[in-house]
Design a protein around this ligand. Structure first.
Ligand code: GLU
Length: 467
């Protein structure tokens, strides 16, 4: 039997890194088993859905390598397009006696049970109500026995059927609820393995009962561990940066993100390196190796991964990858001030220093802006007492120097010695005067590329500001 997995996002306007992890694990299973990855958009919550969100999901998937063009990809299917089947399933469950209509209000249930959050008490079970507007359809859970959920990550869990309340599967206006629609779609799409987030664990015995009541063999389940932040809180869009798009915007490379996400709750069996391309991870992927323990989304580690991926690019690829940050609107300089040849000269120096592509702008802006950026914190850090004397001495030596990194180094060294300063201390005011920053590319190469005139003008301007 072909393995058929699915990724079933509800469109909400942004693509969560947790969703990306679920998609990747499903993708790895589909590809590794020669199976299919079905994309289903759970778009029944019409009030919240927008068509562009669907385009967003498809392009986010493409970003992490899940391409519509791959033979393993199937869909997208839309939950809303299967509404007739949802209603038919509800009718089937009613006709076969596996579901019944109920007109109880929450208040009535509370009054009868004496507990505000008690499950449904079964009041309408034997009343034999027909459908009428306002009557919800409830699934009749078995009175005895147990529902054994077999989960490839968590093993087998037996749920006593008594403990599963008769849950609502269609609202009083006849529209099916998520629990039902999700099962019917999985049945219709002949899904064999449901791999999804742990937050759906409590739905699983109910859904498995519906699979059986509809006459089908339930799928194999796998519930992925929750993803937490450094405070061990579940990642949330209000608190944490969770949108895949935000990471890409900042200059995370998709390959690095994919590599990192693949390791959130899973690791390859061979004890090879963590940093390795997706195909190598896919080749070892087995859903039963996923852990139950929550997975820490360590942004610092992701950043370190990204730095490694940046350094692994060849220089032309690095230059290409930087392009979005070298032009408006992200770059603060004008297009005519940008010189690709100048950038190409410093690119290898920057490549070894940045961890996120977006950092490139701050490393090279001194080359393309008329004046260095004003950063008061950098200024006070670089311009310690004696800075003006150092700048004066440096200007004098640099004016006489021939213009290459080695000669520039010698000139600054001479000036430093004259001032009784170590090279490290001596460079700081020069760096801040010329680049506006305290951290950056190697100083002598930076000055060489900037040119003698602009270097001397900036040192003069800094001295004027100090005076
Ligand atoms: N639409 C559901 C969600 O976004 C998916 C549920 C499932 O995977 O079964 O969480």
């Amino acid at each position: 039997m072909t393995t058929r997995v699915r990724f079933a996002p509800s469109p909400t306007g942004m693509f969560h890194v947790g969703g990306a992890r679920s998609a990747l694990f499903n993708w790895a299973v589909a590809r590794r088993t020669g199976g299919r990855f079905v994309l289903r958009i759970e778009d029944t919550d019409q009030a919240r859905n927008k068509p562009e969100w669907v385009t967003g999901i498809i392009s986010a998937l493409a970003t992490i390598g899940i391409s519509e063009a791959d033979p393993a990809f199937e869909g997208p299917y839309f939950q809303s397009a299967n509404a007739d089947a949802h209603r038919a399933a509800a009718a089937q469950l009613y006709t076969s006696g596996r579901a019944y209509y109920c007109d109880c209000t929450r208040e009535q249930v509370t009054e009868r049970t004496g507990k505000p959050d008690a499950g449904y008490d079964g009041h309408c079970r034997e009343r034999g109500l027909d459908y009428a507007q306002g009557r919800a359809l409830r699934f009749r859970t078995p009175d005895d026995g147990e529902t054994v959920v077999s989960d490839r990550i968590r093993g087998e869990t037996a749920f006593p059927n008594r403990a599963i309340e008769d849950f609502v599967i269609a609202r009083g206006d006849g529209t099916p609820l998520f629990l039902l629609a999700n099962v019917v779609d999985d049945v219709d799409e002949t899904i064999t393995e449901v791999i999804r987030g742990e937050e759906h664990l409590s739905n699983t015995p109910k859904q498995q009962l519906m699979w059986e009541a509809l006459g089908h063999t339930p799928p194999v389940w796998a519930h992925l561990p929750v993803i937490v932040n450094e405070k061990r809180q579940k990642l949330s869009k209000r608190r944490d940066k969770v949108a895949l798009e935000d990471y890409i915007e900042e200059g995370y490379l998709p390959d690095a993100v994919v590599n990192y996400l693949m390791l959130l709750g899973w690791g390859p069996r061979d004890s090879g390196p963590e940093i390795r391309p997706y195909p190598e991870l896919e080749a070892q992927f087995d859903i039963s190796d996923v852990t139950k323990a929550s997975a820490f989304f360590d942004v610092a580690k992701l950043k370190a991964f990204n730095g490694e991926y940046i350094r692994a690019l060849d220089v032309p690829a690095f230059i290409d990858a930087c392009q979005p940050w070298l032009h408006a609107p992200r770059a603060p300089w004008t297009e005519d001030a940008y010189d690709p040849a100048v950038f190409a000269t410093v690119a290898p120096l920057a490549q070894s220093r940045i961890a996120v592509l977006g950092e490139i702008t701050g490393y090279v802006d001194f080359l393309f802006l008329d004046e260095p950026v004003t950063d008061e914190a950098a200024w006070s850090k670089g311009m310690k007492p004696g800075a003006d004397d150092m700048l004066e001495a440096a200007a004098k030596e640099l004016a006489a120097a021939s213009w290459n990194a080695e000669a520039i180094r010698a000139a600054i060294e001479t000036a430093a010695t004259a001032q009784g300063l170590k090279m490290g201390k001596a460079q700081a005011p020069v760096r801040v005067a010329v680049t506006g920053r305290t951290i950056g590319l190697p100083l002598f190469e930076s000055l060489e590329v900037l040119g003698k005139d602009r270097t001397l003008t900036r040192i003069e301007a800094a001295r004027a500001k100090l005076a």
